[in-house]
Design a protein around this ligand. Structure first.
Ligand code: ZN
Length: 263
């Protein structure tokens, strides 16, 4: 049975098999997502992902033992901090905040904690944290990546020619539209490309030779910093539904193995 952590009473929590139950902690962010998508895009996607995951998991195992923790609404968004409205923790603050949450869960006997990473900037801290938690507390921390952005069913949703799609682009905007189209102002959207890197063969924002990129590296074709990758103008709610559903399905086999995992 999958329930929201915050909905349980203390007496109900006392009845939970805390050794077996997975606590899923969705890691969101509060940061600019271009002209058209809301600051809470990653948060909104995180919450939607938990609903899609619940549906997919319960279809396979109605008794799937999981509690969904409230979405952590702020993350590590240093790269976006100069764009209006972006909020970020410092890496050490974020690490210690998450560590304390996990230590509290461990204190109550939980042994399986799954961090659902819904913003790429949070991933490095989640990686470090997972190893520290395992080593220091002896619990089993797992990391789930929320978007199956290289899955063929997902890449098929991207409009032809939109080769740079990533942060704040067509895919993320579509996912928000699948939740609430009124939150997206598609008519204001502008495309972003990593202008300084686009002709490079080796040095890129990602890959084997990379830079600590900032959002300003992503510009419109006329050179204005726009802070997003790709062209959101082809986004749609139906595309978003496909991306969310595919991404949830991709995580199900791993979550089944987490259910069966014995340390
Ligand atoms: Zn995002």
């Amino acid at each position: 049975m999958i329930r929201n952590y915050r909905d349980l009473t203390r007496l109900e929590m006392e009845q939970v098999n805390r050794e077996e139950t997975i606590v899923l902690i969705p890691l969101g962010a509060l940061e600019q997502h271009g002209n058209q998508a809301p600051l809470g895009t990653d948060d909104i996607i995180a919450e939607a992902m938990t609903r899609y995951l619940k549906k997919e998991l319960e279809a396979q195992d109605p008794d799937f033992p999981m509690l969904i923790f409230p979405v952590i609404p702020v993350g590590l968004s240093t790269e976006h901090k100069n764009f209006c409205g972006s909020i970020t923790f410092k890496p050490a603050t974020y690490y210690h905040m998450l560590y304390d949450i996990c230590a509290s869960l461990a204190h109550h006997g939980f042994r399986k904690i799954a961090l659902l990473v819904c913003h790429g900037g949070n991933a490095p801290v989640a990686q470090i944290l997972s190893r520290e938690l395992r080593s220091e507390l002896g619990i089993s921390p797992f990391i789930l990546s929320s978007g199956a952005f290289s899955h063929p069913d997902v890449t098929a949703t991207i409009s032809p020619g939109n080769v740079w799609d990533f942060h704040g682009g067509e895919m993320e905007t579509s996912m928000v539209m699948a939740v609430d189209p009124s939150l997206v102002k598609l008519e204001t959207s502008e495309a972003g490309i990593p202008t300084a890197f686009k002709d490079n063969k080796a040095l890129k924002p990602y890959g084997s030779v990379s830079i600590g990129w900032v959002s300003e590296d992503w510009k419109t074709t006329d050179g204005k910093p726009i802070g997003i990758g790709g062209d959101p103008s082809g986004a749609s709610a139906e595309k978003g539904r496909i991306i969310l559903e595919t991404s949830a399905k991709v995580l199900v086999p791993g979550l089944m193995e987490i259910r069966d995992w014995t340390p």
